[in-house]
Write a protein that binds this ligand. Structure first.
Ligand SMILES: [Zn+2]
Length: 226
């Protein structure tokens, strides 16, 4: 890391933007932990922490974990030593209330905050999500627009001809998810934009190119989007 400076990266991107893949890549190349609420909550459900039972029952009931519980598990996670040199937040904060809370946690740290938005055109997102299918026997993931099996209807890996399509990946459902995402995310981007912290990257490129662009956004704050 440049001059030992701690960098905190908030990664924002719609479903299908490649945000999960990119946060893993960044975590490896920056040697910084990738922190997502999903991972944290999963680790609590498996531990003997005082909050574990509560979190388990909320998840089992299918409800969303309330902000106050998220606040305490996230601030606990961010206080562990592996976060001292910085970290990547994947999928948090999701709203202004969470962003304000994060500010209060981060106010006690010396760091540089960068918010990176991976931008992908809506029609590409829809194809990425709605076009996705996987092999029923080996799980290999395909996409009817971008990466079909070499021989139609036959899995490249195992030769099976049975595939699995998720119902909630249907185009109309995907559009609804994207709308909900936009509604939730625009105010958040605006919140950080007012402090000039947002850098945008074009996510409609190869995964390696997006990774390179993310790195130059994080270090030079050069937006890689026109
Ligand atoms: Zn297969």
């Amino acid at each position: 890391m440049r001059d030992g400076e701690a960098v905190i990266v908030i990664l924002i991107g719609a479903p299908g933007s490649g945000k999960g893949t990119q946060s893993r890549k960044l975590s490896m190349s920056l040697s910084m932990p990738k922190i997502s609420t999903g991972d944290i909550l999963r680790s609590y459900t498996l531990s003997n922490h005082p909050l574990s039972d509560k979190i388990n029952s909320i998840i089992a009931s299918g409800s969303l974990v309330p902000d106050d519980i998220l606040f305490s598990v996230i601030s606990e996670r961010l206080s562990s030593p592996d976060c001292d040199r910085g970290f990547i937040l994947d999928g948090y904060p999701r709203n202004i209330q969470q962003a304000t809370f994060l500010d209060s946690v981060l106010s006690q740290r010396k760091h540089r905050l960068v918010v990176v938005e991976i931008v992908v055109p809506e029609d590409v997102l829809i194809k990425r999500i709605a076009g996705r299918f996987s092999c029923k026997s080996c799980g290999t993931i395909y996409n009817q627009y971008f990466s079909k099996p070499k021989q139609a209807g036959i899995c490249d890996q195992c030769g099976s001809s049975e595939f699995y399509y998720r119902v909630d990946d249907k185009e109309s459902v995907v559009m609804e998810r994207l709308r909900a995402y936009q509604l939730q995310t625009l105010p958040l981007i605006e919140f950080y934009n007012q402090r000039n912290l947002v850098c945008k990257v074009n996510g409609d490129k190869s995964s390696d190119e997006v990774h390179e662009d993310l790195l130059s956004c994080i270090f030079d704050k050069t937006p890689k989007i026109s």
